[in-house]
Design a protein around this ligand. Sequence first.
Ligand code: SF4
Length: 217
Amino acid sequence: MLPAADSALAVVHEHILSCTACPLHIRRTQAVPGTGPASARIMVVGEGPGETEDRLGKPFVGAAGNVLTRLLESIGLSREDTFITNVVKCRPPGNRDPEPSEVEACSEFLDAQVEIVRPDVILILGRHALARLLPGSPGITQVHGRKVIRGERLYVPLYHPAAALYNGSLMRTLEEDMLKVRGYLDAAEAERRHAAAEAAVDETPEVDPRHQLSLFD
Ligand code: SF4
C-alpha cells in the first residue's frame, strides 16, 4: 500500500490527467503532472511541458531535462529523489508562453503538490515559474541563486536550463547557483536534526532525585 502522501499525490495526478479546465487541454497529447516521490526534500518547478514532455508524459526529459539531471547530480541529488513539475501541466502550442488565465486555471494543482510534498527547498526555473510562485519578485536576473523565504517555504530562483543550453556563461551561473542550493539544503538538514535532538531532550523523562540517591544507599 502507498504511504498517505503518495496516495494523495496520485489522486491529484489523476485529476490533472483528465483536466479540461483551460484551453491547453485541446492540443495536448497528454497532461504532464510531474514525477518524483512525495517524500522528496527538493522540488523543481519549471514553466510547462515541451514537445518531448508532451509526447512522453514526463517533465524535463528533453535536452533541458538532461541539463537539469546533470545539475542535480553535481550536488549529489538524483532525479528519482526529486519532485519535478511545471507551472502548467499541458503543453502550450508551439511552446508559446502560458497565458495568465492558463497559469491561474492550473494553480490549484501546483498548490496541492507543494502542500503534499512539503519540500525543504523549491527550485524555481525561469521567469514564468518565478512570477507564479513569488509574485512581485524582482526579475530572474536579480534574484537567481538567492534564498527567498515566503511563509514557511524556502525558494531558490534559477535560470531555466533551456536558456542556458546554448549560453556558456548562463550555464556557469546555473552551476554556481546549484552549489548555493547544496548549502541551503545542508543548512535545512542541520536545522531539522537540531530540532529533532531538542525534541528528544524534551521527551526524556526527568529522573527522580530520590532514585539517584538510592544508588549510594
Ligand atoms: Fe488543466 Fe492545467 Fe492542463 Fe489547463 S494546463 S487543462 S488547467 S491541467
